[in-house]
Design a protein around this ligand. Sequence first.
Ligand code: GLU
Length: 377
Amino acid sequence: MVIAALHDLIDPAAARRIVLKIGSSLLVDGAGCPRAEWLESIAGEIADFRAAGREVVVVSSGAIALGAARLGLERGGRGSLADAQAAASVGQIALASLWSEKLAARGLTAAQLLLTLDDLEDRRRYLNASSTLARLLESGAVPVVNENDSVATQEIRFGDNDRLAARVAQAVRADAVLLLSDVDGLFDRNPREAGARLVPVVDGIDDAVRAMADGGSASGLGSGGMTSKLQAAEIAERAGIALAIVNGTHRAPIGRALEGGVGTVFLPRRRDGARKAWLGGRLRDRGALVVDVGCAAALAQGGSLLAAGITAVEGAFERGDLVAIRDPAGAAIARGLAEYGAAECHALKGLRSADHARVLGYAPRAAVVHRDHMVML
Ligand code: GLU
């Protein structure tokens, strides 16, 4: 069945495997205490899903907010990286026990998985995480995932659980992601402005949609905001996964949002193969290759990237690293794994394949980025 509206996600056949992302402000109140009753109601909804033969992976925020209150740290523990790491370390243990207790009360077994960005960016580790999640679901457990904030440093962290949820959804080949937030969904302008309207369905994210998101998290507790939700939606869209933003602040919010149809659903678009979807959803490029107009057109036709079309090389990447491919106007048009390192790309740029061996002394590959290792954006 094709998902065309939020309401369609009620159907277990349309969305059997679901990733549920829960923001900090839903789990933790302003004083840094867990919102136990709310958590009980969501555990009830998860149990109902399971009883209907559906599988749920929870991506839960709240570690930093919970830990900051316990340690008495200012700014909700987000004043510095060191504070966030310490807060997460204290808060995660509390968060895990809350989930384990509330799910157990519904007869469900919670499983904890703490991931860093690299666990999902590195192909081998991604496959490991993916098979662990699959095995847990098969065994009937409810995986509860969070970023491993206490060891993640600035350069190597997701920083928000929206994109983490989209990457996890990819890893478990989920049908849908539900981002439970403290807003109703995506509005066509800042929701505080008069006349702002909720956008019920987005069929393809473009610049007009991006312009609707305005940064900042409304609650101040999480780090998400609409921008990271849109980035998550782009990852999901490319992987052929529906993503919805719904308001989680009510009791039993999932049923309420899906039945009432209140929220924003981003329709799945492309069903890239698993490997290409993983590639397209990767978050860190090591460098970039700028190409000329002719080359950009050839890539759009499904061709590989040849050195002759490269006009500039940026960054210090090595063979096998992920690079962005940009058109002459600077827009990223594709992303792929480089067959050559940056120094070799510099030497080869603008040259036809026949000249490569003369310049490098070797020429093992004709393409700089092969089309099998590239996704168009
Ligand atoms: N991982 C963070 C936490 O558990 C939350 C990140 C976010 O706000 O999205 O507190």
